[in-house]
Design a protein around this ligand. Structure first.
Ligand SMILES: Nc1ncnc2c1ncn2[C@@H]1O[C@H](COP(=O)(O)OP(=O)(O)OP(=O)(O)O)[C@@H](O)[C@H]1O
Ligand SMILES: [Mg+2]
Length: 490
C-alpha cells in the first residue's frame, strides 16, 4: 500500500492502543519479521518488490500462528480465495474504512491471543502431566515395595491369614491358607464367600462369632479331618474407624492339642492306676465269693432267671475289676501262641450264651481259614474282643433284622499281620468325639458305662505291639480294625 494509506492505518490503529510497525517493501517486511513476534500483519496483496502471496508465505514460514490480513485493491475473488487457501486470516477490499480495519484487526489480534493462550495452556498441561507421571511412578514404586514387604511378612509367618470384605468374600489370603482350604491356587478362592470355601464346621463357628461380635477372642475349632485350628476374628479398619472387612488369623494347633490330650490322658491314667489297684484289690475277693455262691445254685436250678441275673451282674463287676486292674501294677502278660479265630469264637459264644450281652444280633463271621498264630496273652486279647463286641452290641438299638454285627479276620501276607475287624451298624461316633473314646472315664452311656472299655483295649493292643483304628459315621455305624503281628517262625 502506498505511504499515505500506511500512515493513515498506523494512526488509526495506534489510536486504539496498538503498537504499529510499517514496511514500504518486501525487504523491510523481512527485516521486521526477523526476531519479532507480531499479533497481526496487514499487507497489501501488491507490494513493491514482490507478489503479496509471497509475503504471506514468508510471514507464515517465520511464524505460522500470526494472522495475516490481505488488502486487495481489485477485489479479485481468485486472488483473495488463493490468499485464504495459503493461510491468510482474512482479506479487506479497498477502499478500507476505519471501522472495517479496526474490526478485522481486533478479531485477528484476539485470535492470535487465543492461539498463544492455547499453546501456553497446552505447555503448562504437558509440564503438569510430566510432573504427575513422575509422581505416580514414584508412588507406584513405593507401593510395590510396601506390597512386597507386607506379602513377605504374611508369607513368612506360620499363621494363616485371610481377609474378608463386608459381604464375607475372601479378598486376600496367605499361601499357607490354601492347604487348609484344600485348594491349589489363590484364584480359586479370591472373591468367593467364606461359607462356600471354608470347612463347614469352621464356617459355622465363624458365622456365630460374627453374629455375636466376638472380635479378637481366641477360638478353637476341630475340623472334619481331625485337625484343630486356633484362630481369632478381628475387624479390618481404615483410619482406625471405618470397618472395611474382617481379618482371620489362624494356626494349626493339632500337635499342641494332641500333646495336651496326651498329658491329660497320662495324668488320668496315673490317678487311675492308683485307684484301680485299690478298688480291684478290695473288690476282687468278695466278688469271687459272690460268683462262687451264685454259680453253684445256678447250675442246679438252670430255670431260675433271678440266679442267672445274679451271675450276669457279678460277671460284669468282674469285668470292671479286671479293667481296673489292668492299670494297677499289671501282672506280667502270659505270652503264648494264640489262634485268634478260636478266641474270637469263644468270646462271641460267651457273650451270647453266658452273659447275654449280645442280644438279638445275628453275628456275621468271616474267619480267614489260614491264620498263623500270634504271640500274646489270651486272657487279655479275649478282654479286648469282649469290650469291642459289647460296645458294638450296645450301639445297636434298632429292630434286630436291621442290626448287623460283623466280625472278620484276614491275613496281610506282605506286612505279616493279622487283621481283625469288628463292624456294627449302630449309632456311630461323631468326628469330634472319636479321639475321646480312648480317654479313661469317657462314656456316653451315663451310669451304665464306666468309660474304661476302650482305654483298656488300647492299652492291651499297644502292649502287644499292635494297632487299633476306629472309623465311624454318626447314625451309620462303626468299624474297629485291629492289627497284630504274626508269630515269627522259629
Ligand atoms: N461301636 C461303637 N459304636 C458307638 N459308640 C461307641 C462304640 N464303641 C465305643 N463307643 C463310644 O465310646 C465310648 C467309650 O467306650 P468305652 O467302651 O471306653 O466305655 P463305655 O462303653 O461307655 O463303658 P464301659 O467301660 O462299660 O465299656 C462309649 O460310651 C461310646 O460313646
Ligand atoms: Mg464299652
Amino acid at each position: 500500500m502506498n505511504r499515505p494509506i500506511r500512515f493513515t492505518f498506523k494512526k488509526m490503529l495506534e489510536k486504539e492502543g496498538y503498537t504499529v510497525f510499517t514496511a514500504a517493501n518486501f525487504a523491510e517486511v523481512k527485516e521486521h519479521i526477523q526476531g519479532h513476534e507480531f499479533d497481526a500483519v496487514i499487507s497489501d496483496i501488491l507490494i513493491p518488490g514482490t507478489n503479496g502471496l509471497d509475503i504471506l508465505k514468508t510471514i507464515k514460514e517465520n511464524s505460522a500462528d500470526v494472522p495475516v490480513i490481505m488488502i486487495t485493491g481489485d477485489p479479485n475473488i481468485f486472488t483473495a480465495a488463493e490468499a485464504l487457501r495459503q493461510g491468510a486470516y482474512d482479506y479487506l477490499s479497498k477502499p478500507v474504512n476505519r471501522q472495517k480495519l479496526l474490526q478485522v484487526t481486533a478479531k485477528a489480534v484476539e485470535k492470535k491471543w487465543l492461539t498463544n493462550e492455547r499453546k501456553r495452556l497446552a505447555e503448562e498441561n504437558k509440564a503438569y502431566q510430566k510432573n504427575l507421571e513422575g509422581k505416580v511412578r514414584e508412588r507406584t514404586q513405593e507401593l510395590e515395595e510396601l506390597n512386597f514387604f507386607i506379602n513377605n511378612i504374611i508369607e513368612s509367618i506360620p499363621s494363616i491369614i485371610i481377609t474378608l470384605d463386608l459381604e464375607g468374600c475372601i479378598t486376600m489370603l496367605s499361601a499357607n491358607a490354601l492347604s487348609l482350604l484344600g485348594r491349589q491356587n489363590k484364584s480359586e478362592v479370591i472373591g468367593k464367600t467364606y461359607q462356600y470355601i471354608f470347612p463347614q464346621k469352621l464356617a459355622r463357628d465363624i458365622d456365630k462369632i460374627i453374629q455375636e461380635k466376638d472380635w479378637n477372642i481366641s477360638h478353637e475349632c476341630q475340623l472334619e479331618n481331625g485337625a484343630t485350628i486356633g484362630y481369632n476374628v478381628s475387624l479390618l479398619l481404615r483410619n482406625q474407624q471405618e470397618v472395611t472387612g474382617k481379618v482371620l488369623v489362624m494356626r494349626d494347633i493339632s500337635e499342641k492339642k494332641k500333646l495336651e490330650n496326651e498329658l491329660i490322658q497320662s495324668e488320668k491314667l496315673a490317678t487311675l492306676g492308683l485307684l484301680a489297684g485299690k478298688i480291684g484289690h478290695e473288690m476282687g475277693n468278695p466278688l469271687f465269693g459272690i460268683l462262687g455262691y451264685a454259680e453253684l445254685p445256678e447250675s442246679k436250678y438252670p430255670q431260675e432267671e433271678d440266679l442267672k441275673h445274679i451271675v450276669k451282674q457279678a460277671l460284669q463287676l468282674k469285668k470292671m475289676t479286671r479293667d481296673l486292674l489292668t492299670f494297677s501294677k499289671p501282672k506280667p502278660p502270659q505270652i503264648a501262641s494264640i489262634d485268634i479265630n478260636s478266641i474270637l469264637k469263644e468270646t462271641i459264644k460267651f457273650l451270647k450264651e453266658i452273659t447275654g450281652q449280645i442280644k438279638y444280633h445275628e453275628v456275621i463271621v468271616e474267619y480267614s481259614p489260614c491264620l498263623p498264630p500270634v504271640m500274646g496273652d489270651e486272657e487279655q486279647l479275649k478282654q479286648v474282643f469282649m469290650n469291642l463286641l459289647i460296645n458294638a452290641s450296645q450301639a445297636m438299638k434298632g429292630p434286630p433284622e436291621q442290626d448287623t454285627l460283623k466280625v472278620t479276620t484276614a491275613l496281610d501276607q506282605q506286612e505279616k499281620k493279622i487283621l481283625v475287624c469288628i463292624e456294627d451298624s449302630g449309632c456311630g461316633i461323631s468326628p469330634e468325639d472319636i479321639d475321646r473314646i480312648f480317654s479313661p472315664f469317657y462314656t456316653t452311656k451315663g451310669e451304665k458305662g464306666t468309660g474304661l472299655g476302650m482305654t483298656v483295649v488300647k492299652e492291651i493292643i499297644s502292649k502287644h505291639q499292635g494297632h487299633i483304628f476306629v472309623e465311624s459315621r454318626l447314625g451309620q455305624g462303626t468299624k474297629v480294625r485291629i492289627s497284630l503281628t504274626v508269630q515269627q517262625q522259629q
